[in-house]
Design a binder for this molecule. Structure first.
Ligand SMILES: C[S@@+](CC[C@H](N)C(=O)[O-])C[C@H]1O[C@@H](n2cnc3c(N)ncnc32)[C@H](O)[C@@H]1O
Length: 297
Protein backbone atom coordinates (compact mmCIF):
# COMPACT_ATOMS: atom_id res chain seq x y z
CA UNK A 1 0.00 0.00 0.00
CA UNK A 2 1.29 3.47 -0.89
CA UNK A 3 2.08 5.91 1.90
CA UNK A 4 -0.80 8.35 2.36
CA UNK A 5 -0.15 11.92 1.26
CA UNK A 6 -0.05 14.50 4.05
CA UNK A 7 -3.33 16.36 4.32
CA UNK A 8 -5.08 18.50 6.81
CA UNK A 9 -8.71 17.59 7.46
CA UNK A 10 -9.91 21.10 8.36
CA UNK A 11 -8.27 22.65 5.25
CA UNK A 12 -9.80 19.96 3.06
CA UNK A 13 -13.22 20.55 4.57
CA UNK A 14 -12.86 24.27 4.04
CA UNK A 15 -12.08 23.77 0.33
CA UNK A 16 -14.81 21.22 -0.16
CA UNK A 17 -17.52 23.25 1.56
CA UNK A 18 -16.47 26.74 0.38
CA UNK A 19 -17.08 25.33 -3.12
CA UNK A 20 -20.44 23.84 -2.23
CA UNK A 21 -21.72 26.60 0.05
CA UNK A 22 -24.00 28.48 -2.37
CA UNK A 23 -25.68 25.23 -3.55
CA UNK A 24 -25.61 23.39 -0.22
CA UNK A 25 -29.19 24.08 0.85
CA UNK A 26 -30.59 22.70 -2.46
CA UNK A 27 -30.43 19.22 -1.03
CA UNK A 28 -31.97 16.94 1.58
CA UNK A 29 -29.85 18.61 4.27
CA UNK A 30 -32.43 21.21 5.41
CA UNK A 31 -35.01 18.52 6.16
CA UNK A 32 -32.51 16.15 7.75
CA UNK A 33 -31.07 18.94 9.93
CA UNK A 34 -34.57 19.78 11.18
CA UNK A 35 -35.05 16.13 12.10
CA UNK A 36 -31.81 16.18 14.05
CA UNK A 37 -33.15 19.14 16.02
CA UNK A 38 -36.41 17.28 16.65
CA UNK A 39 -34.51 14.22 17.88
CA UNK A 40 -32.60 16.46 20.30
CA UNK A 41 -35.94 17.43 21.95
CA UNK A 42 -34.79 20.93 22.80
CA UNK A 43 -36.56 22.84 25.54
CA UNK A 44 -37.01 26.60 25.97
CA UNK A 45 -34.05 28.17 27.72
CA UNK A 46 -31.50 25.50 26.75
CA UNK A 47 -28.01 26.39 25.55
CA UNK A 48 -26.97 24.61 22.34
CA UNK A 49 -23.61 24.16 20.66
CA UNK A 50 -24.01 23.37 16.94
CA UNK A 51 -20.72 21.86 15.77
CA UNK A 52 -20.01 22.01 12.00
CA UNK A 53 -22.99 24.33 11.75
CA UNK A 54 -22.49 24.95 8.02
CA UNK A 55 -25.23 27.18 6.60
CA UNK A 56 -27.14 27.19 9.89
CA UNK A 57 -29.61 24.42 9.06
CA UNK A 58 -29.49 23.15 12.65
CA UNK A 59 -28.72 26.48 14.35
CA UNK A 60 -31.88 28.31 13.27
CA UNK A 61 -34.46 25.61 14.06
CA UNK A 62 -32.60 25.16 17.37
CA UNK A 63 -32.83 28.91 17.99
CA UNK A 64 -36.63 28.76 17.57
CA UNK A 65 -36.87 25.71 19.83
CA UNK A 66 -34.89 27.19 22.74
CA UNK A 67 -36.46 30.65 22.38
CA UNK A 68 -35.15 33.98 23.66
CA UNK A 69 -34.09 32.55 27.03
CA UNK A 70 -31.84 29.99 25.28
CA UNK A 71 -28.77 30.40 23.10
CA UNK A 72 -27.19 28.70 20.07
CA UNK A 73 -23.52 28.88 19.20
CA UNK A 74 -22.57 27.58 15.74
CA UNK A 75 -18.96 26.68 14.90
CA UNK A 76 -17.65 25.78 11.44
CA UNK A 77 -14.37 25.96 9.55
CA UNK A 78 -15.78 27.03 6.18
CA UNK A 79 -16.09 30.79 5.68
CA UNK A 80 -18.30 30.10 2.63
CA UNK A 81 -20.76 28.03 4.66
CA UNK A 82 -20.72 30.56 7.51
CA UNK A 83 -21.41 33.41 5.07
CA UNK A 84 -24.57 31.57 3.99
CA UNK A 85 -25.53 31.04 7.63
CA UNK A 86 -25.00 34.69 8.53
CA UNK A 87 -27.03 35.84 5.50
CA UNK A 88 -30.08 34.16 7.09
CA UNK A 89 -29.62 35.95 10.43
CA UNK A 90 -32.31 38.42 11.39
CA UNK A 91 -32.21 40.74 14.38
CA UNK A 92 -35.95 40.16 14.94
CA UNK A 93 -35.72 36.42 15.38
CA UNK A 94 -32.13 35.37 15.97
CA UNK A 95 -30.61 37.42 18.75
CA UNK A 96 -29.88 34.16 20.55
CA UNK A 97 -27.61 32.82 17.73
CA UNK A 98 -23.91 33.47 17.14
CA UNK A 99 -21.45 31.92 14.69
CA UNK A 100 -17.69 31.40 14.90
CA UNK A 101 -15.15 30.20 12.35
CA UNK A 102 -12.98 27.52 13.96
CA UNK A 103 -12.12 23.85 13.69
CA UNK A 104 -14.37 21.59 15.73
CA UNK A 105 -11.36 19.39 16.39
CA UNK A 106 -9.60 22.11 18.40
CA UNK A 107 -12.34 23.80 20.41
CA UNK A 108 -10.04 24.59 23.34
CA UNK A 109 -8.45 27.41 21.31
CA UNK A 110 -11.77 29.12 20.55
CA UNK A 111 -11.83 32.01 23.10
CA UNK A 112 -15.66 32.34 23.03
CA UNK A 113 -15.93 28.80 24.43
CA UNK A 114 -13.69 29.37 27.42
CA UNK A 115 -15.54 28.37 30.59
CA UNK A 116 -18.77 27.63 28.68
CA UNK A 117 -20.97 24.55 29.18
CA UNK A 118 -23.97 23.56 27.06
CA UNK A 119 -27.18 21.62 27.66
CA UNK A 120 -27.08 20.14 24.18
CA UNK A 121 -24.41 19.58 21.53
CA UNK A 122 -25.51 18.73 18.00
CA UNK A 123 -23.15 17.73 15.21
CA UNK A 124 -25.13 16.89 12.04
CA UNK A 125 -23.68 15.33 8.90
CA UNK A 126 -20.07 16.00 9.86
CA UNK A 127 -18.63 13.38 12.25
CA UNK A 128 -17.58 11.13 9.35
CA UNK A 129 -15.57 14.01 7.89
CA UNK A 130 -13.21 14.00 10.87
CA UNK A 131 -10.00 12.03 10.84
CA UNK A 132 -10.21 11.18 14.55
CA UNK A 133 -13.89 11.31 15.50
CA UNK A 134 -13.45 9.45 18.80
CA UNK A 135 -10.97 12.05 20.06
CA UNK A 136 -13.16 14.91 18.86
CA UNK A 137 -16.15 13.48 20.74
CA UNK A 138 -14.16 13.26 23.98
CA UNK A 139 -13.32 16.92 23.71
CA UNK A 140 -16.89 17.90 22.89
CA UNK A 141 -18.27 16.07 25.92
CA UNK A 142 -16.14 18.30 28.16
CA UNK A 143 -18.34 21.23 26.99
CA UNK A 144 -21.55 19.49 28.11
CA UNK A 145 -23.27 20.19 31.41
CA UNK A 146 -23.76 17.08 33.58
CA UNK A 147 -27.01 15.56 32.30
CA UNK A 148 -26.55 17.29 28.93
CA UNK A 149 -27.25 15.56 25.59
CA UNK A 150 -25.08 15.06 22.53
CA UNK A 151 -26.58 14.06 19.19
CA UNK A 152 -24.63 13.14 16.10
CA UNK A 153 -24.78 10.85 13.08
CA UNK A 154 -22.67 8.63 10.84
CA UNK A 155 -23.52 7.28 7.41
CA UNK A 156 -24.69 3.69 6.95
CA UNK A 157 -21.78 1.58 5.64
CA UNK A 158 -23.90 0.62 2.61
CA UNK A 159 -24.83 4.18 1.70
CA UNK A 160 -23.29 6.39 -1.02
CA UNK A 161 -21.42 3.36 -2.32
CA UNK A 162 -19.43 4.93 -5.18
CA UNK A 163 -17.81 7.24 -2.62
CA UNK A 164 -17.02 4.35 -0.27
CA UNK A 165 -15.24 2.61 -3.15
CA UNK A 166 -13.37 5.81 -4.11
CA UNK A 167 -12.35 6.31 -0.46
CA UNK A 168 -10.71 2.88 -0.47
CA UNK A 169 -9.04 3.47 -3.86
CA UNK A 170 -7.69 6.83 -2.67
CA UNK A 171 -6.18 5.24 0.42
CA UNK A 172 -4.59 2.45 -1.61
CA UNK A 173 -3.01 4.95 -4.01
CA UNK A 174 -1.83 7.41 -1.35
CA UNK A 175 -4.40 10.03 -2.44
CA UNK A 176 -6.98 9.79 0.32
CA UNK A 177 -10.26 11.61 -0.21
CA UNK A 178 -11.14 13.99 2.64
CA UNK A 179 -13.65 11.90 4.53
CA UNK A 180 -13.40 8.83 6.66
CA UNK A 181 -16.68 7.03 6.18
CA UNK A 182 -15.15 3.58 5.91
CA UNK A 183 -14.14 3.69 9.57
CA UNK A 184 -17.80 3.23 10.67
CA UNK A 185 -19.06 -0.29 10.01
CA UNK A 186 -22.41 0.15 11.69
CA UNK A 187 -24.40 1.52 14.64
CA UNK A 188 -22.24 -0.20 17.23
CA UNK A 189 -19.15 1.69 16.09
CA UNK A 190 -20.97 4.96 16.77
CA UNK A 191 -22.29 3.71 20.10
CA UNK A 192 -18.78 2.55 21.04
CA UNK A 193 -17.07 5.91 20.48
CA UNK A 194 -19.90 7.81 22.17
CA UNK A 195 -19.65 5.56 25.23
CA UNK A 196 -15.85 5.84 25.19
CA UNK A 197 -16.33 9.62 25.31
CA UNK A 198 -18.27 9.18 28.57
CA UNK A 199 -21.84 9.30 27.27
CA UNK A 200 -24.72 7.00 28.17
CA UNK A 201 -26.24 6.04 24.84
CA UNK A 202 -29.90 5.08 24.91
CA UNK A 203 -30.74 5.19 21.21
CA UNK A 204 -29.06 4.77 17.86
CA UNK A 205 -31.75 5.32 15.19
CA UNK A 206 -31.53 4.78 11.45
CA UNK A 207 -32.85 7.84 9.58
CA UNK A 208 -33.25 8.23 5.80
CA UNK A 209 -31.32 11.00 4.13
CA UNK A 210 -32.91 11.27 0.70
CA UNK A 211 -36.20 13.16 0.50
CA UNK A 212 -39.27 10.99 0.13
CA UNK A 213 -41.87 12.63 -2.15
CA UNK A 214 -44.53 14.44 -0.15
CA UNK A 215 -43.10 13.45 3.24
CA UNK A 216 -41.66 15.89 5.71
CA UNK A 217 -42.29 14.44 9.17
CA UNK A 218 -39.59 12.65 11.17
CA UNK A 219 -41.69 9.46 11.56
CA UNK A 220 -41.66 8.91 7.78
CA UNK A 221 -37.86 8.92 7.81
CA UNK A 222 -37.20 6.67 10.80
CA UNK A 223 -36.22 3.21 9.55
CA UNK A 224 -35.83 -0.30 10.89
CA UNK A 225 -32.05 -0.73 11.29
CA UNK A 226 -32.33 -4.46 10.56
CA UNK A 227 -34.30 -3.92 7.38
CA UNK A 228 -33.13 -0.63 5.86
CA UNK A 229 -34.60 1.05 2.80
CA UNK A 230 -32.70 0.18 -0.37
CA UNK A 231 -32.20 3.33 -2.41
CA UNK A 232 -30.59 1.84 -5.54
CA UNK A 233 -29.46 -1.57 -6.74
CA UNK A 234 -26.42 -1.93 -8.97
CA UNK A 235 -24.65 -4.72 -10.82
CA UNK A 236 -20.95 -5.49 -10.56
CA UNK A 237 -20.73 -4.50 -14.26
CA UNK A 238 -21.78 -0.92 -13.36
CA UNK A 239 -18.26 -0.24 -12.01
CA UNK A 240 -17.00 1.58 -15.12
CA UNK A 241 -20.08 3.77 -15.35
CA UNK A 242 -19.80 4.70 -11.65
CA UNK A 243 -16.10 5.45 -12.06
CA UNK A 244 -16.70 7.68 -15.10
CA UNK A 245 -19.62 9.49 -13.44
CA UNK A 246 -17.54 10.55 -10.45
CA UNK A 247 -13.85 10.63 -11.33
CA UNK A 248 -13.89 14.21 -12.66
CA UNK A 249 -15.52 15.69 -9.56
CA UNK A 250 -13.39 16.96 -6.67
CA UNK A 251 -11.84 15.34 -4.63
CA UNK A 252 -11.70 12.30 -6.93
CA UNK A 253 -9.90 14.49 -9.48
CA UNK A 254 -6.67 13.72 -7.55
CA UNK A 255 -7.03 10.20 -8.97
CA UNK A 256 -7.80 11.36 -12.52
CA UNK A 257 -4.22 12.37 -13.37
CA UNK A 258 -2.34 10.56 -16.16
CA UNK A 259 -0.44 7.57 -14.84
CA UNK A 260 -2.88 7.08 -11.96
CA UNK A 261 -6.28 7.01 -13.59
CA UNK A 262 -5.89 3.57 -15.17
CA UNK A 263 -4.71 2.09 -11.87
CA UNK A 264 -7.53 3.88 -10.04
CA UNK A 265 -10.09 2.41 -12.45
CA UNK A 266 -8.77 -1.10 -11.92
CA UNK A 267 -8.80 -0.75 -8.12
CA UNK A 268 -12.25 0.83 -8.28
CA UNK A 269 -13.56 -2.20 -10.19
CA UNK A 270 -12.13 -4.47 -7.46
CA UNK A 271 -13.57 -2.40 -4.61
CA UNK A 272 -16.92 -2.14 -6.37
CA UNK A 273 -17.11 -5.93 -6.80
CA UNK A 274 -16.38 -6.38 -3.07
CA UNK A 275 -19.58 -4.46 -2.30
CA UNK A 276 -21.75 -7.13 -3.93
CA UNK A 277 -23.93 -9.36 -1.75
CA UNK A 278 -24.37 -13.13 -2.14
CA UNK A 279 -26.74 -12.61 -5.09
CA UNK A 280 -24.13 -10.55 -6.95
CA UNK A 281 -26.10 -7.31 -6.53
CA UNK A 282 -24.80 -4.12 -4.96
CA UNK A 283 -27.54 -2.62 -2.80
CA UNK A 284 -27.27 0.96 -1.67
CA UNK A 285 -29.00 1.85 1.58
CA UNK A 286 -30.35 5.33 2.18
CA UNK A 287 -29.66 6.11 5.78
CA UNK A 288 -27.54 7.44 8.59
CA UNK A 289 -27.26 6.23 12.15
CA UNK A 290 -28.14 8.92 14.66
CA UNK A 291 -26.81 8.46 18.18
CA UNK A 292 -28.18 10.28 21.21
CA UNK A 293 -26.08 10.24 24.35
CA UNK A 294 -26.35 11.79 27.79
CA UNK A 295 -23.50 12.90 30.03
CA UNK A 296 -23.97 11.32 33.47
CA UNK A 297 -24.99 13.68 36.28
C1 LIG B 1 -22.27 18.22 5.40
S1 LIG B 1 -21.96 19.76 6.17
C2 LIG B 1 -23.09 19.75 7.55
C3 LIG B 1 -23.51 21.15 7.92
C4 LIG B 1 -24.66 21.22 8.93
N1 LIG B 1 -24.33 20.56 10.18
C5 LIG B 1 -25.90 20.64 8.35
O1 LIG B 1 -26.44 19.68 8.92
O2 LIG B 1 -26.35 21.12 7.30
C6 LIG B 1 -20.41 19.48 6.95
C7 LIG B 1 -19.83 20.72 7.59
O3 LIG B 1 -18.73 20.32 8.39
C8 LIG B 1 -17.79 21.37 8.37
N2 LIG B 1 -16.51 20.84 8.85
C9 LIG B 1 -15.83 19.76 8.40
N3 LIG B 1 -14.71 19.58 9.10
C10 LIG B 1 -14.67 20.57 10.02
C11 LIG B 1 -13.76 20.94 11.05
N4 LIG B 1 -12.65 20.25 11.28
N5 LIG B 1 -14.06 22.01 11.80
C12 LIG B 1 -15.18 22.73 11.60
N6 LIG B 1 -16.08 22.46 10.63
C13 LIG B 1 -15.83 21.38 9.86
C14 LIG B 1 -17.81 21.81 6.93
O4 LIG B 1 -17.24 23.08 6.74
C15 LIG B 1 -19.30 21.76 6.62
O5 LIG B 1 -19.91 22.99 6.84
Amino acid sequence: MAAPSIRHQANDAQNLFDNRASRYDDSWHPRFARHMVELAQLRPGEHVLDLACGTGLVSYPASSAVGPAGTVMGVDISSGMLAQAKAKWSSDAHNNVEFHQHSITGLDSLPELKGKRFDVIICASALVLLEHPAEALKQWVSYLEPGGRLITDVTHPQSQLPFIAFERVGHALGKPVPYYRTSFRGPNDLRFIMEAAGLQVADVDLVSQMDIDGKDDLQSYLQDSDNPRIERTFDVEDADAMFDQNIDTWPMTDLAVPGLKLQARKLFEEEWAKLADATGKIREVDGVFVGIGRKPQ
